[in-house]
Design a protein around this ligand. Structure first.
Ligand SMILES: Cc1ncc(C[n+]2csc(CCOP(=O)(O)OP(=O)(O)O)c2C)c(N)n1
Ligand SMILES: [Mg+2]
Length: 636
């Protein structure tokens, strides 16, 4: 209710969208970062003519309804992103505005403008209190995202009451310090004031704008407006009746008079806007046919026609090179192989470019002076980086990736969760993956991170053991179009593993037999990443002692778990073999693979500061310790 007046102005007088085609690539983006006000967006979608029934609004927050308490991504009804967790909507919006700026600089030509839209975002006190708003808005200012327009719902209330006890920032000064254009002291209930503020914001093309609107929460409810009581709780029948009187609304609940609906209906206007764009695009395609085709490919998310063959050839080439290297270096090798064929790859690092190896030779830096880049220095902003990746992916036209140390995935974690929930293709390059990183010590050594990322539904976690598996992991991440991937990579060097062509293909199944004895295995050793080499060494020792050993490399448990039962039980047969899993991280997720007779070698404490090799030995990650544990599970 408090933002309805602003929304009415924005949606009726400014927003360029087409309710009949929510996928139109040059539509303005609208994000409700204060997503708890989700009834507002459902109402806007309904009134504008999106395919949503009034009955769905009636069924607000009921099981199976699209009108959830906080919306999921639901493009059909104008919902661009999930905005339940405060602060992430504004960060997603920064990613969307970034996407627009880069695409425009890449594809627009003099006299041929095909990318030209705004990103509007509503945000509240909660979004501004959250730290991520600092990370994201600071970067948006530096990058000069001129088509990003934020509208701040300055109602001085959050759930616990009037905010003067916990939120007294000078928000306009804060945003000016970020390099934003700020329109202050706008009466959010005065349409004329809101129109002129939006006009002023749109006139700014080289920096983002924040419009600070003073509003009354629960506007129109005579006894409750302005108080935290209206934040989420129903007004109750008496206050609803009083509100009806106050605003002069005489119609039955959920009945919208025809003339009002007609006035709101944006379908004709939207169709005309898209048709005008289509005419522009057709003229562009006449003049720049190749660019137009590439734009359409990017916008639709299709791969280049020969992608499959190119990817196969690249992986075979990396296998033929047979090089020992850290998997973080192998990640760069894979990027070098794939990026030339996938200009939609856009990436960066949270100030660890040299450590994460995210800058490939085809990278050009995107900054305020060069919008047509594909590499972003995100600065030390892990959470914003992950949320911006989500925004880039949601916008379309990009496959985004971002790097940091695995241990700092915690900082980014809720944005990773949103990527998984919204089925967003974002790729996290998470290096320095265990105590094996060494001297930086336990603050930098991830322990529980692998298990906790694997516990996240729909997050694919790959921990490859050499350059070949790393390339396979990158390919899988890129080709996955229904969720994010975490690539977990070592700092330290790892040995190349020889494989047959079949084994290279099987690696894409997430788990496969890397080494096998003749006959039924009596012992199955499984490992990921840096521990695969140890397991291979131990297997050879045990084989020389006459043990029938199988080694399973399990770079991605999620992908392995999704294989047909027949394949899984071929790799891990239920034949009574003793099983041992080894991973230099928390042991939690391995018990389900080792069975009652099995054991897991992993970490049960934090690490220590020492050279990586010394730590691996200290914590029992040696060939001899693996062989010893194997003899134990075998009962020898
Ligand atoms: C990250 C996060 N923390 C907590 C919440 C729970 N929550 C939802 S709304 C809200 C208060 C937000 O205040 P404000 O943005 O001022 O919203 P208003 O009440 O003014 O609409 C809180 C704490 C949340 N959704 N996300
Ligand atoms: Mg508020």
């Amino acid at each position: 209710m408090g933002m309805a007046d602003i929304a009415e102005v924005l949606w009726n007088d400014f927003l360029r969208h087409n309710p009949a085609n929510p996928h139109w690539c040059d539509r303005d983006r609208f994000v409700l970062s204060n997503g708890h006000g989700s009834m507002l967006i459902y109402a806007l979608a309904y009134l504008s003519g999106y395919p949503i029934e009034i009955d769905e609004l009636r069924q607000f927050r009921q099981l199976g309804q699209r009108t959830a308490g906080h919306p999921e991504r639901e493009l059909e009804i104008a919902i661009e992103t999930t905005t339940g967790p405060l602060g992430q909507g504004i960060a997603n919006a920064v990613g969307m505005a970034l996407a627009e700026k880069v695409l425009a600089a890449t594809f627009n030509r003099p006299g041929g403008t095909i990318v030209d839209h705004h990103t509007y975002v509503f945000l509240g006190d909660g979004c501004l209190m959250e730290g991520i708003s600092h990370e994201a808005c600071s970067l948006a200012g530096t990058l000069g995202l001129g088509k990003l327009i934020g509208v701040y719902d300055d109602n001085a209330v959050s759930i616990d009451g009037p905010t003067d006890g916990w939120f007294t920032d000078d928000t306009p000064a804060r945003f000016r310090a970020y390099g934003w254009h700020v329109v202050e002291d706008v009466d959010g209930h005065d349409p004329v004031a809101v129109i002129s503020a939006l006009d002023a914001a749109r006139a700014q093309t080289d920096r983002p704008s924040l419009i600070c609107c003073k509003t009354l929460i629960g506007w129109g409810a005579p006894n409750k407006q302005g108080t935290a009581d209206t934040h989420g709780a129903p007004l109750g029948p008496d206050e609803v009746a009083a509100t009806r009187t106050q605003i002069g609304w005489e119609h039955e609940p959920f009945v919208i008079p025809g003339e009002l609906r007609d006035a709101w209906d944006a379908r004709d206007r939207g169709a005309a806007l898209e048709a005008e764009w289509q005419t522009r695009f057709d003229a562009y395609a006449e003049q720049w046919p190749d660019l137009a085709q590439e734009f359409q490919r990017r916008a639709s998310g299709a791969f280049p026609g020969d992608w499959g063959d190119l990817a196969d050839a690249a992986i075979r080439e990396i296998a033929a090179e047979g090089k020992d290297m850290a998997t973080r270096k192998a990640s760069l090798r894979a990027l070098e192989a794939f990026a030339p064929h996938l200009p939609e790859l856009i990436g960066g690092s949270a100030d660890l470019t040299g450590s994460n190896n995210t800058l490939h030779s085809g990278s050009t830096v995107m900054d305020a002076n060069n919008a047509a880049g594909n590499y972003i220095y995100f600065g030390v902003r892990e959470f914003a980086m992950a949320a911006l990746l989500n925004g880039l992916a949601l916008h379309g036209g990009f496959i985004p990736y971002g790097g940091t140390f695995l241990v700092f995935s915690d900082y980014a974690r809720n944005a990773l969760r949103m990527a998984a929930l919204m089925r967003i293709r974002s790729i996290l390059v998470l290096t320095h993956d265990s105590i094996g990183l060494g001297e930086d010590g336990p603050t930098h050594q991830p322990i529980e991170h692998l298990s906790s990322l694997r516990a996240m539904p729909n997050m694919a976690v790959w921990r490859p053991c050499d350059a070949v598996e790393t390339a396979v992991a990158w390919r899988s991440a890129v080709e996955r179009d229904d969720g994010p991937t975490s690539l977990i990579l070592t700092r330290q060097g790892l040995a190349h593993v020889d494989r047959t062509d079949d084994q290279i293909d099987l690696a894409a199944k997430g788990g496969y037999i890397l080494l096998d004895s003749d006959g039924d295995p009596e012992l199955i050793l499984m490992a990921t990443g840096s521990e695969v080499g140890l397991v291979l060494g131990a297997a050879r020792t045990l084989m020389s002692e006459g043990v029938r050993v199988r080694v399973v490399s399990m770079p991605c448990t999620e992908v392995f778990d999704a294989q047909p039962q027949a394949y899984r039980s071929h790799v891990l047969p239920d034949n009574g073999a003793a099983r041992l899993a080894i991973e230099a991280g928390a042991r939690d997720c391995w018990w389900r693979y080792v069975g009652g007779r099995g054991d897991v070698l992993g970490m049960t404490s934090f690490g220590q500061s020492a050279p990586g090799k010394a730590l691996m030995e200290h914590f029992g990650f040696t060939v001899e310790a693996v062989a010893e544990a194997a003899r134990r599970v075998l009962g020898r």
